[in-house]
Design a protein. Structure first.
Length: 530
């Protein structure tokens, strides 16, 4: 037991170091997690024998459900709603088109049966949220035309469709028929949506309107609710991944208490889940068996990257008048990763036998996808002129606002102010505040008790961060030329009685506005609403 715990700790530490130094290697950290697993596996240095696909399926399924939940929880709906229709089409019809086109070419080029070809397409039909999120954040990839939000919502929501198609394909191979497929699809979608919405509303109600959850136990309560939602959705025949994703979106975009605690907690849980999945994928692989399926994996990778994904993207996005550049970038950003490998593990654990080991094929395709497509994604975005230097990709996630809490306050001391000519230790500062510096002309003075405050000084105070109540919100609005506020003074706006424009960010300047302040294009307006 002690040796096992020691090995687990070493693996986690190695993966943390891989995350830290992945940028220096020029590849996503998730690839390094895989290689660490391979080093520990049967063909690696430690030669740990592990081929229990059923155990791996159970572990990876739980890890994937938390990745799915946090993908929804951390999706900022205000940033994503403008691309929601396109994202949903890509995550549903797009996955189906990708699966069918892939299956067609696998059948024609590799000679698999139709059912086997469809299983390959279904397993590889979805893009991987963990890989996409990691690259966007790590590379600070700010993309034009709301493409970052489009990719985040698509990759976070397309696993349920791929899971459903995989489930159907396995039934076709095992039973040899396609009976009740329509009923299965309908049941999975309807039950999945209903359970997700119901548990989201129940969770919000219990956290916001009751005192049943003690302070400090919010995270434990949330874990329990996510697991119950997942379990009940499966019991009633629903799509459990769809349920937890919808649950995450609704809760993450609701004014619940202690969200500032929940976000970093689930961020850590999701990071650990990613490490666990990619390490297990590496641990399951047998590198000495992979060469026999190498050609097959390369062919499937080319089909996905150059044919199936672009066909789906262009067919669905061009009717919305999306540019060719955006369609090409979205096509290239269709990374395969953890979710595809987890679905392949499910198929192998379910007794599916194919000409080549399905898991190894999917593992190599995912490896090629994340290492080649993921590594080249920033360069492709740059070549296509799709990088937006004036945007911050963090703003498309729900954790952005919590990172920007205002904790400093400036006090200007005019002549005659009751602090003038007093020592810092003699001044009655607001409760909980502390004078940390004085800006005096071009001089910065770090304050001490015997520092004297003079007229004309700017005293910088640190003040306790204010945590809004459940019914209070600070929101940011980016003003474009078509916004109704653009080129209007604040006094001209028809604001609600409980709404106040608290701050305007204009380039590198932060303005505290009054009624005469005019809102201009590209301003970021911070609004307080009760």
């Amino acid at each position: 037991m002690t040796v096992t715990l020691l090995l687990v700790a070493i693996v986690i530490l190695l993966c943390v170091l891989a995350e830290k130094f992945s940028g220096k290697f020029g590849m996503p950290a998730l690839i390094l997690f895989m290689f660490i697993g391979m080093l520990f596996g049967s063909d690696g240095i430690l030669k740990i024998p592990f081929d229990d696909y059923r155990l791996a399926e159970n572990i990876c399924s739980i890890a994937l459900l938390f990745i799915m939940f946090y993908g929804g929880f951390n999706l900022k709906w205000k940033a994503a709603k403008n691309v929601a229709v396109k994202s949903i089409l890509l995550s549903t019809i797009g996955v189906a088109v990708t699966a069918v086109v892939t299956a067609l070419f696998v059948r024609l080029l590799l000679g698999y049966s139709w059912a086997e070809s469809f299983l390959v397409g279904a397993v590889l039909g979805s893009t991987d949220a963990a890989s996409v999120f990691a690259i966007l954040r790590q590379k600070k990839l700010n993309l034009k035309d709301n493409t970052a939000s489009l990719l985040e919502m698509e990759s976070g929501s397309n696993d349920p469709m791929a899971y459903m198609l995989t489930f159907i394909a396995m039934g076709m191979i095992n039973s040899g028929g396609t009976e009740h497929i329509i009923q299965q699809i309908f049941l999975q979608l309807v039950v999945g949506v209903l359970v997700g919405v119901a548990f989201a509303l129940l969770t919000i109600r219990l956290m916001s309107k009751t005192s049943l959850i003690s302070d400090g136990l919010d995270t434990i309560f949330m874990i329990a609710m996510v697991l119950i939602c997942y379990g009940l959705s499966q019991i009633f025949g629903g799509n459990a991944y769809l349920s937890v994703y919808i649950m995450g979106i609704i809760i993450g975009n609701s004014p619940i208490k202690n969200k500032a605690t929940l976000i970093p907690f689930f961020d850590g849980v999701t990071s650990l889940a990613q490490i666990l999945i990619f390490f297990l994928l590496g641990l399951l692989t047998l590198p000495h068996e992979m060469p026999e399926g190498l050609v097959t994996a390369v062919v499937i990778t080319l089909i996905l990257t150059l044919i199936a994904r672009p066909v789906a993207v262009f067919a669905l996005l061009k009717p919305f008048h999306c540019s060719v550049r955006q369609c090409l970038l979205v096509s290239w950003a269709g990374l395969r990763g953890a979710s595809s490998s987890v679905f392949a593990i499910m198929a192998v654990a379910g007794g599916i036998v194919m000409p080549h080991n399905l898991f190894h094929i999917v593992f190599m395709v995912s490896l090629f996808s994340v290492s080649i497509q993921g590594t080249l994604l920033p360069k492709i975005a740059d070549k296509l002129d799709m990088i937006d230097e004036n945007a911050d990709v963090r703003k498309t996630f729900n954790d952005y606002q919590e990172d920007s809490a205002i904790t400093l306050m400036r006090m200007f001391i005019p002549q005659g102010h009751n602090w003038e000519n007093k020592l810092v230790k003699e001044v009655n500062f607001p409760t909980g505040s502390l004078a940390i510096m004085i800006k005096r002309k071009n001089e910065t003075i770090i304050t001490k008790g015997d520092t004297r405050i003079l007229a004309g000084d700017n005293v910088i105070l640190s003040v306790p961060a204010y945590e809004p109540a459940d019914n209070e919100q600070l929101t940011e609005t980016c003003i474009d030329s078509s916004h109704v506020w653009c080129n209007h003074a604040i006094s001209e706006l028809n604001l609600a009685s409980n709404e106040l424009i608290a701050m305007i960010i204009r380039g590198d300047e932060t303005l505290i506005p009054d009624g005469k302040t005019q809102i201009l294009e590209n301003d970021i307006v911070v609004t307080y609403r009760e």
